[in-house]
Design a protein around this ligand. Sequence first.
Ligand code: ZN
Length: 373
Amino acid sequence: MTPSIRLGRILGIEVGFNWSLIFIFAWITWLLATAILPTDASGYPPLLYWLIAAFGAVLFYACLLAHELSHALVARRNGVKVAGITLWLFGGVSRLEGEPASARSEALIAGVGPLTSFVVAAIAFGLALATTGNKLITDLFSWLTFVNLALGLFNLVPAFPLDGGRLLSSILWWRSGSRQKGVHNAVRVGRVFAYLMIAAGVLELFVGEVANGIWIAFLGWFLLSAAASEEAGSAVRTLLRSVPVSAAMTSPVVTLPDWVTVEQFLESVAPNHSFTTYPVHEPSGKLTGVVRLSELVRLPAGDRANKHLIEVARPIADVPTTNPREDLSALIQRVGLSLEQRVLVFDNGSLVGIVSPADVARVMTLRQGLPKP
Ligand SMILES: [Zn+2]
């Protein structure tokens, strides 16, 4: 989940939000203004309810941010790079690059989140007690107390990608001495919880709690698919740990003039090279984009003669970059591993290679054949 709007840096950590957050923001404001606040504290003008409700929604996101910020700060202290925090539809995500080196670090990074939510709940409870003179404000803080308690508790459910899943995985890692085993067993426990949630959701449907049932079953299904990708991701990262990008990249790279037509490219360039991806450059030599053979052959025959590479290339600003020394597992965690993905490798400002999923697959196959350390 990449942020669409940058909020700025807090304690040196990049914070942004995704547009999907607006829906939940509006929903929380609406819920507070029309249902929660008027029921418990009646008799205020409607506009005041809406103002306090909007303020409550802002506080809600501040609480989420506190939770994520605690993860990010503890991760940084434990030597894990933090790319930033994104607030979005379902809450917050800390984007960590790389993995904690020990079970202890993993436990600290995961555990501090729910702990922070509980501390925030305690503060909100204190504020609710201190403001009993004003029914509306007390009510808002009581609601925040409940929300933060729920946030802390829900995150302790032992299923990936929740903090509870990571905590469990770190305990199993510590007991077995193997991170891979820890993740594997934690994923199995998480699956049981996910199925239980789906079953509970279906049960709710039968007793007539349709909205609740669908929501709980949906969360269960979400945890189930997250478990599968966590396990696959962990296996990949274990195989690729401490393999530098230089071991996987295709090098050297052939770059092409971006003013060549697609037809010229397909007839006179592509048949003479074994590459499937080509960076393109303008007359000055500056790189402007990347073209891929598989995309160019899909272009209608009529378009090939009058379309130039620059018109069909993926703009250079959208292509992720790395250096030959970055860890492959860290690179994958940073940019993902979709079939469409290509990463340009620069060393001291000059292009030295390209990494494609096929290159990564080749290295993984090689590593699987090696004896286990
Ligand atoms: Zn968390």
